[in-house]
Write a protein that binds this ligand. Structure first.
Ligand code: SF4
Ligand code: SF4
Ligand code: FES
Length: 693
């Protein structure tokens, strides 16, 4: 029987939980108390949550973040987003087959007073930027209300099992995202000027300068002098034939299932997108014992950090650059993906198609800011600031720093005599959001006695904890103190601290002190599902994942706090400096099928509006007929009129406009709904939250 709940994880604790019973289409199933319905369904091996009323296509998870509506189910008679609704004891959950019907309402909802709260600053979003901004405001004695739609503060940090880049001083470099989330959340909770509401969704910004918030399902009004939008980003969708099958979802959704809810939703995963999000998702999958069949990137080079890409390659995951998805194949859910090589101008090259069996395809092709709060607050005349991904898409380490800056900006806006924002903060913010820079060839040090670190970090990225941690000051950076490449020059004592702090797992230690012919190579390791013990033989690999030799494990150090294991390998001196890791995934996992599957579907068949089932061909035809107003397209096809309110398809329609060479100034914007998310009407009448209809 397939086990859909993680039983072990190298970083995350697996704790006992209280089991409850719920019903799925009348069948009793078990769930973990407090988890959301979608996770409870995945934990029972259910990934199809219903069928669309227009074309009967299977519906399932996409964003796991309340942004789309693909995961809708009916819970106790009411249509809900399964990723945002907690499962309850004896809850009756049904798949949505066709258009859901609302139950008859026999009674009027209770009309009760709506609570009104006053604050100086309302922060929407309790992720790295929102938390950092709140701390600044709280420290300046400014009354701050921070809200987040999840049940725990931390935003995307709670999904990050890997260590962060940047510097120790400015962005907790070398500490895992989940731990940073806890650290920041504790600071917020301890600050008496900050009130933090979890399970709280911003739904309106009104012209009388009030914001409507649904807190634990109870509607409240907040009067605020300033809003700070730190609501983060949503994942972009991608157009390709078959893109609507169940089993195709965002990398963030995957991380939510695996790292937050400890679900193992897939056996064989394929990733589309070689930015940091896709690369990290691949690593998280391996940590959870999931096979990663491959990763494709349309550009000739992955846009994410090389150290992230190297981690995947050396663990055995192939990365195909200059490749795109030709089609996803399967009846209702994904059974395989066909990829193809592309030219510089992204044209598929015939004859290069390959098909890989997989049950899940992750889309990691970029993020776009959640900026509807900003637009509405501007219209309402409420002073609005933004921070983190809602301001500019960048790494979480950068979001923390720009959140700090935005927090102080808001404080200064409210109280002019507050100190100036230090100039170096702006400089550091710029550095932390830097794109990866130049890549240099690896030059190994000549030293072949004593002990020394080998640094396999060959691309300029904003990161330097290896330098600050070394007790003998033996790792130096030339030129830029954070973007420059680290270099060993000094007296290593073999303490291993640089190995355990490095977020790229890009430093090894070669120790010749006991044996110069077969030195001991220590490698950092975090994939606990492939357990390694002293006496085992493993396939040592170089930075590109090429197997160098089979070598013996001669020791293992497990640091309970840090959780990065240090594995000691005995390697011949000829290869010792090249060994970066050992292979955990066999090459056979990534073998393509003998013959590629070419579905015959064209780009025009790709789905653009998932909610209303509108294809790329339908949109393109309208554009060719001169329609460049997104509202007209909506009126004709309903694209953008679905429950997600065009959050998923807007970007794809604009992409087709660009392909049809429509200048951006000729594209007329879609008028968005004033309500940010769907809310049962009764909630606005009943200030106690009793009414669900
Ligand atoms: S192993 Fe210790 S002493 Fe040697 S370079 Fe790393 S941190 Fe410095
Ligand atoms: S080697 Fe140093 S600079 Fe490179 S990823 Fe590791 S800690 Fe960062
Ligand atoms: S995808 Fe939701 S409205 Fe188009």
């Amino acid at each position: 029987m397939i086990e859909y709940r993680l039983k072990k994880h190298p970083i995350l604790p697996i704790e006992d939980f209280q089991e409850i019973t719920f019903y799925w289409n009348k069948k009793p199933l078990k769930a973990k108390e407090g988890e959301v319905i979608s996770s409870a369904l995945f934990a029972n091996g259910i990934s199809i949550f219903g069928h669309h009323h227009k074309d009967k296509s299977a519906q399932g998870m996409f964003c796991a973040n309340g942004q789309c509506a693909k995961c809708a189910v009916i819970a106790n008679g009411i249509p809900v987003k399964s990723c945002m609704t907690k499962v309850k004891e004896n809850m009756f959950v049904e798949s949505v087959e066709g258009l859901p019907e609302l139950p008859d309402v026999e009674e009027k909802p209770d009309i009760s007073d709506i609570e009104e709260i006053e604050t100086d600053v309302l922060i929407i979003g309790g992720g790295p930027a929102g938390l950092s901004a709140a701390i600044q405001l709280g420290n300046h004695n400014i009354k701050t209300l921070l809200i987040d739609d999840k049940d725990k503060l931390g935003g995307k940090l709670v999904l990050q099992t890997h260590k962060f880049f940047g510097s120790v001083e400015d962005s907790y470099a070398g500490t895992r995202g989940i731990e940073i989330g806890n650290l920041l959340a504790n600071k917020v909770e301890e600050n008496e000027n900050i009130t933090a509401w979890t399970d709280s969704i911003a739904i309106f910004v009104f012209h009388d300068k009030k914001a409507g918030i649904l807190k634990n399902n109870v509607y409240k009004l907040v009067s605020t002098k300033v809003i700070l939008n730190a609501a983060g980003a949503r994942e972009k969708f991608l157009r390709f034939p078959g893109n609507t099958l169940a089993g195709i979802y965002g990398a963030g959704a995957f991380q939510t299932l695996v790292n937050r809810d400890l679900i193992r939703p897939t056996e064989r995963l394929f990733i589309v997108g070689g930015g940091n999000v896709g690369l990290i998702a691949g690593y998280h999958a391996l940590q959870a014992g999931i096979e990663v069949v491959g990763l494709i990137e349309a550009l000739p080079k992955c846009g994410g950090y090389k150290v992230h890409a190297d981690k995947l390659k050396r663990l055995g995951v192939p990365i195909y650059t200059s490749h795109t998805v030709l089609c996803a194949n399967g009846e209702e859910t994904v059974s395989s993906i066909t990829i193809t090589k592309i030219t510089k101008d992204f044209t598929p090259i015939a004859g290069t198609e390959k098909t890989f069996a997989c049950d899940t395809i992750l889309i990691a092709v970029g993020l776009e800011p959640v900026n509807e709060f900003t637009a509405e607050a501007e219209k309402a005349g409420i002073p609005i600031f933004a921070a983190g991904d809602a301001l500019e898409i960048a790494e979480a380490s950068s979001a923390m720093f720009n959140g700090k800056i935005s927090g102080l900006k808001v404080a200064k806006f409210l109280e002019a005599d507050i100190e100036e924002i230090p100039h170096e903060w702006y400089e550091k913010a710029e550095i932390l959001k830097s794109e990866p820079g130049a890549e240099l060839p690896q030059i190994f040090p000549e030293q072949d006695k004593g002990v020394l670190p080998i640094i396999h970090c060959l691309q300029e990225i904003p990161c330097n904890p290896c330098i600050t941690i070394c007790p003998t000051d033996s790792i130096k950076i030339k030129d830029d103190p954070i973007m420059g490449l680290p270099n060993y020059e000094g007296e290593c004592i073999g303490c291993g601290k640089c190995l355990t702090i490095c977020p790229g797992l890009a430093i090894t230690l070669v120790d010749y002190r006991k044996d110069t012919e077969n030195p001991v190579v220590t490698v950092p390791y975090e994939v606990g599902n492939y357990a390694v013990e002293k006496g085992d033989f493993v396939k040592a690999v170089n930075i590109d994942g090429d197997i160098l030799a089979k070598v013996k494990v001669v020791g293992k150090v497990v640091n309970k706090q840090n959780k990065t294991q240090l594995i000691r390998l005995k390697a011949p001196k000829e290869i010792a400096k090249k060994v970066v890791a050992f292979q955990v995934q066999e090459k056979s996992v990534s073998k393509p099928l003998k013959e590629p599957i070419i579905s015959g579907l064209m780009d025009d068949d790709s789905m653009v509006c998932l909610c209303e089932r509108v294809t790329a061909g339908e949109i393109r035809n309208l554009i060719k007929n001169g329609i460049t107003d997104l509202n007209q397209i909506k009126a004709i096809t309903r694209a953008g009129m679905g429950p997600c309110g065009s959050k998923t398809c807007d970007n794809l329609i604009r992409q087709i406009m660009r392909e049809q060479r429509i200048p951006p100034n000729k594209v007329i914007k879609n008028v968005r709904r004033p309500v940010f998310v769907e809310v049962p009407l009764g909630k606005f009448a009943d200030g106690k939250g009793g009414c669900d209809e």
